[in-house]
Design a protein around this ligand. Structure first.
Ligand code: SF4
Length: 360
């Protein structure tokens, strides 16, 4: 099965373009006050290293907004200012160099205020995200008993989009985040049919990290498999790098991660004679250090615990290794390539993977 992506309008956020046929851009958000810019820079540099394409920072006051200038000088990915309640902070953030502004229609909605932001965003050529959240839906929709939560979000988003379009502003990204998986699915599926703006996928308030990862994998995975989504943030009560890691796993599971490899491994059983978990962990951690370019066909790597079932189970992988007692048999396109000692197995697999990537 191949995914037929919804082709959204292209929107440029700094040096990253989303929408159209561009890869789904992974986002995260820093988790310290933005005014503590040295800490923020440190966090963003770690995020850059692990594959984050866009970062968002919370702007609570003018000091936070001004810090964007310092931060931008030290990072290479676009920065988004997250603004609530006070429209003037959006103005400060744009002037400080923010590459995009997230506005919450639930708390910045007065037309004259939105107009000020739009005028400046147009002047600085930056997009605005209409960032709806189930916890702060505009009152006019929040208390409408006739509307179920996903419909409230969609109606509120369309209402806000209309305000922007009436101002002849179309550099728009939309998000409709709920904490509930089914509501999130419905909201995004509906908005995807109602407009052609790029969609920022995400859930909000996902709870315990492990549960949040599963909820995100289900909600974002289903939407992406339906071709919906141009950028994504996996919101976790965890380190920001963890958010990026999970986003990458979701994308690579759906073959949407470019050259990012998909690792398949057997669960191990009584036949296993090597420590599969240790080998897979080593492989994953070494591969995470590579910075990859998007390409048409990702490489699938299989790590199997025995030579009885391993080769058969790994047949649809580009590269596979099946372990015996003292060595592994390396397969390329389902054909045996060579025997490798267990201690060299991960490095040999990576060497072949690099060759496979270069050929594409
Ligand atoms: S590949 Fe071999 S070791 Fe792994 S689960 Fe299957 S039978 Fe067991």
């Amino acid at each position: 099965m191949t995914i037929k992506r919804r082709i959204a309008k292209e929107v440029k956020i700094g040096n990253v373009t989303i929408g159209g046929k561009n890869p789904v851009a992974i986002q995260s958000m820093t988790k310290v006050p933005t005014k503590n810019y040295r800490e923020v820079i440190n966090q963003i540099q770690r995020l850059q290293k692990c594959g984050c394409a866009i970062v968002r920072v919370a702007v609570l006051d003018e000091e936070d907004a001004h810090a964007i200038r310092e931060i931008k000088n030290a990072i290479r990915i676009p920065i988004v200012a997250d603004i609530h309640f006070n429209w003037k902070l959006a103005v400060c953030a744009i002037k400080a160099g923010a590459d995009k502004i997230r506005l919450n229609p639930g708390n910045i909605y007065k037309k004259n205020e939105v107009k000020e932001i739009v005028n400046l965003a147009r002047e600085y050529a930056i997009p605005l995200r209409v960032g709806l959240n189930s916890g702060s839906i505009p009152k006019i929709f929040r208390y409408n008993a006739k509307l179920r939560p996903p419909l409230k979000l969609v109606r509120a988003a369309l209402d806000y989009i209309k305000i922007l379009e009436d101002l002849h502003f179309t550099d728009i990204v939309v998000s409709l985040k709920c904490s509930n998986v089914l509501d999130t699915l419905e909201a995004y599926q509906l908005i995807a049919k109602k407009c052609d703006y790029p969609l920022h996928l995400g859930l909000t308030a996902t709870g315990y990290s492990e549960v949040g990862k599963i909820k995100s994998a289900i909600a974002l995975g289903v939407l992406l498999s339906q071709g919906i989504g141009d950028t994504m943030r996996v919101s976790l009560t965890d380190e920001p790098e963890e958010e990026v890691k999970v986003a990458k796993y979701i994308l690579s599971s759906l073959c949407l991660a470019g050259d990012s490899p998909e690792i398949i491994s057997c669960p191990a059983c009584g036949r296993t004679e090597v420590d599969i978990e240790k080998i897979v962990n080593e492989l994953q951690s070494k591969l995470s250090a590579f910075s990859l370019q998007p390409s048409a066909k990702p490489v699938k790597l299989a790590v199997m615990g025995c030579v009885v079932n391993g080769p058969g189970e790994a047949e649809d992988a580009d590269l596979a290794i099946a372990f015996g007692k003292n060595e592994g048999l390396l397969y390329k396109n389902a054909k045996p390539l060579k025997k490798v000692p267990i201690a060299r197995a991960v490095d040999e697999l990576i060497k072949e993977w690099e060759k496979a990537c270069q050929k594409k």
